[in-house]
Design a protein around this ligand. Structure first.
Ligand SMILES: Nc1ncnc2c1ncn2[C@@H]1O[C@H](COP(=O)(O)OP(=O)(O)O)[C@@H](O)[C@H]1O
Ligand SMILES: [Mg+2]
Length: 506
């Protein structure tokens, strides 16, 4: 059997971390090959080596059986390897067509070859059904469209091996379905696809084979049709996992949060427009939406991270519209913030200090301006035990040196252990692995069952559907739909997220 790509005994070291440890992988011509692994497993590193962004400490790469030197992305392009990165690398102020051509201009680039270029790009658009407006400016088009530009960029360079690094993370369900079809078309044309992902059902839908990495090491390459999703998950995390979210029907209590005609100004148009809703004790209300539709501003306004420009907010009937963060906190607000490193923790403090960031001034931890260190340590040890927060040095570990998942657990433990009636959780599982996600989901449901009011904001449609009792959809600063989670499905929700209001169909 001859392979299109072989990477043999690849080792890549960053400082003291072995990101890729003696990894060998072989990719067949025309297959869709998934690279599966938890965050930090080494997937992007391995593919960045193939694309010439990193040089490995050890190991060789073969293309069609011949050894090749790939020292930079230009070498990769010349060989026929293209990559769509997790974070796009487009020039925001340029047009679509200029971005596609950029770096590949003919030395004699003039009107004629520009026309040729446009012709070639239009043929590619036609052939692969990659409709996009060539003259639009990048910053004016959606993320899904920007991704198409990245794909066209690879095709324009005649790449035969297409690497996609977590391409669906930024897409709506409809866009994901389209992308999967596009990838299948590529494979039919004989192109070779490498798909980095940690989404198991996507891999199941689209990939022929799958290579699993865990903590820098190769676990196994398998035929996707031979394994179940559960088996793939277990290979990925190294233990058995449960996907089912078990929950009883919600038992509604009093109104805890009441938002009335909330308004947040923006530069040209409002970021949040006349938003009104309520959250009762005993329910989880999920706010769905594509990134950038006002969710961040809404939550900042509710929690006090930014001022409110109009409307009012009540917590347990008390008007908190213009109260400070600390006043809201003392009235019973808990908040797992979207940007955990900026608003959730102090990275250079140790774990025990981070666990009392908002209540260090209270009697429990302070005695006539002296901090009660024994109490602080006890408190930390209790939370570490209860929430299984793992670190090298326990309560005294500096937060910066802890993994993202454990930093998040620290925040979750702090917020859930304080006295509160309302929990606002924003993207609580972003970037976490399957095990930590399972844990945080169970905690959110436990909150609800303990009669707290929970407001969940997430970009993950599955998370919204699994966890919420009631769902609101935000689009361009407004809430355009509300539904019972039991009546919602991925497709309806996805259509609302794209701005289709009730009754319309696409
Ligand atoms: N440029 C870099 N410098 C230092 N460490 C890095 C760098 N790139 C990645 N790492 C580390 O290498 C490990 C693997 O990262 P990565 O390949 O990005 O994982 P994945 O794509 O599977 O999430 C992680 O622990 C990450 O923090
Ligand atoms: Mg990655």
């Amino acid at each position: 059997m001859s392979y299109r790509i072989e990477m043999k005994h690849i080792t890549k070291i960053f400082g003291s971390l072995i990101a890729n440890d003696d990894i060998s992988i072989a990719i067949k011509k025309g297959e869709i090959h998934a690279i599966l692994g938890e965050n930090g497993a080494g997937k992007s590193t391995l593919m960045s080596i193939l694309f010439g962004l990193y040089r490995p400490e050890k190991g060789d790469i073969y293309y069609d059986g011949k050894k090749v030197e790939i020292n930079n992305p230009n070498d990769a392009n010349r060989i026929g390897i293209g990559m769509v990165h997790q974070h796009f690398k487009l020039v925001e102020a340029f047009s679509v067509i200029d971005n596609i051509i950029l770096g590949k201009e003919d030395a004699r680039f003039g009107i004629l070859s520009y026309i040729e270029a446009r012709k070639k790009i239009n043929q590619l658009i036609e052939k692969y059904n990659l409709r996009v407006d060539l003259d639009a400016i990048i910053k004016d088009i959606s993320v899904g469209m920007q991704q198409r530009v990245e794909i066209l960029k690879m095709l324009y360079r005649d790449s035969d091996v297409l690497i996609f690094d977590e391409p669906t993370a930024v897409l709506t369900p409809q866009e994901i379905t389209e992308l999967i079809q596009i990838m299948k078309n590529f494979s039919k044309e004989g192109k070779t696809i490498i798909l980095i992902s940690h989404k198991l059902n996507e891999i199941k839908q689209v990939a022929d084979r799958c290579t699993v990495l865990r903590r820098g090491k190769l676990i196994q390459t398998v035929n996707v049709s031979d394994v179940s999703i559960k088996q793939m998950a277990e290979m990925m995390v190294g233990r058995s996992v449960s996907f089912e979210v078990h929950k009883q029907d919600a038992v509604l209590g009093d109104i805890i949060l009441e938002v009335n005609q909330l308004h947040v100004d923006g530069e040209s148009k409002p970021k949040v427009k006349d938003v009104s809703f309520q959250v009762r004790s005993g329910e989880i209300v999920g706010i769905a939406g594509i990134d950038g539709n006002g969710q961040t501003e809404l939550i900042h306004a509710l929690t006090g991270l930014r001022p409110i420009d109009g409307g009012s907010v009540r917590l347990k009937g008390i008007d908190i519209t213009s109260l400070s963060i600390r006043q809201k906190y003392e009235l019973g607000l808990a908040h797992i913030p979207e940007d955990r490193q900026k608003h959730g923790v102090i990275l250079d403090f140790d774990l025990q200090s981070n666990l009392i960031l908002q209540n260090f001034y209270q009697k429990q931890f302070q005695n006539h301006t002296f901090l009660r260190f024994d109490e602080i340590l006890n408190h930390a040890n209790e939370l570490i035990e209860q929430f299984d927060i793992r670190s090298e040095g326990g309560a005294e570990t500096i937060l910066r040196s802890m993994s993202g998942g454990n930093q998040q657990k620290a925040i979750v433990s702090r917020e859930l252990s304080k006295a509160h009636d309302l929990l606002i959780a924003v993207q609580p599982t972003r970037g976490l692995d399957v095990g930590a996600i399972e844990y945080i989901h169970s905690q959110l449901i436990k909150e609800r069952d303990d009669h707290k009011a929970v407001l969940l904001v997430s970009l993950e449609i599955d998370e919204i559907l699994d966890i919420s009792d009631r769902i609101l959809v935000m689009f361009e600063g407004e809430i355009i739909a509300e539904m019972n989670a039991k009546d919602a499905d991925v497709n309806t929700l996805g259509r609302y997220m794209l701005g289709h209001r009730g009754g319309e169909s696409s």
